[in-house]
Design a protein around this ligand. Structure first.
Ligand code: AMP
Length: 117
């Protein structure tokens, strides 16, 4: 079953694509949590970070490189930003097609809230 992200990559459903090459596609998150919220997605299906293989190491590095380029393009590189991979249930992963969140454009606060005592 193709994921919703596979359909975006193939142009079958609309998305605000900000970058695409032969290895990755980047588009704006449909429900942004900050002024800049972009997802960097490999064009080939990898379900989760757990499924990244030795052969994918350059691809995942390329995802990070593209994220840094986009951060500069968005004008948020100097102030800073956050890159997030969510994995499986505890990571609150919703779409099972690997993606790197690029989030910035405002102070983001601490990374994870501690559970209440
Ligand atoms: P995650 O929890 O890491 O799996 O995040 C999935 C992200 O995909 C969420 O931030 C959603 O808002 C985003 N998302 C889901 N469907 C779409 C879509 N059609 N276009 C853009 N972003 C989407």
């Amino acid at each position: 079953m193709p994921t919703i992200f596979a359909k975006i990559i193939r142009g079958e459903i609309p998305a605000d694509i900000v970058y695409q090459d032969e290895r990755v596609t980047a588009f704006r998150d449909i429900d942004p949590v900050a002024p800049t919220h972009i997802l960097i997605v490999p064009n080939k299906l990898i379900a989760t970070v757990n499924d990244v293989t030795e052969d994918d190491k350059l691809l995942v590095g390329h995802m990070v490189f593209v994220a840094a380029q986009l951060a500069r393009q968005e004008g948020i590189a100097e102030d800073g930003y956050r890159l997030i991979f969510n994995c499986n249930q505890h990571g609150n992963q919703v779409v099972f097609h690997l993606h790197l969140h690029l989030v910035g454009g405002r102070p983001l606060g601490p990374m994870i809230l501690k559970p209440r005592e």
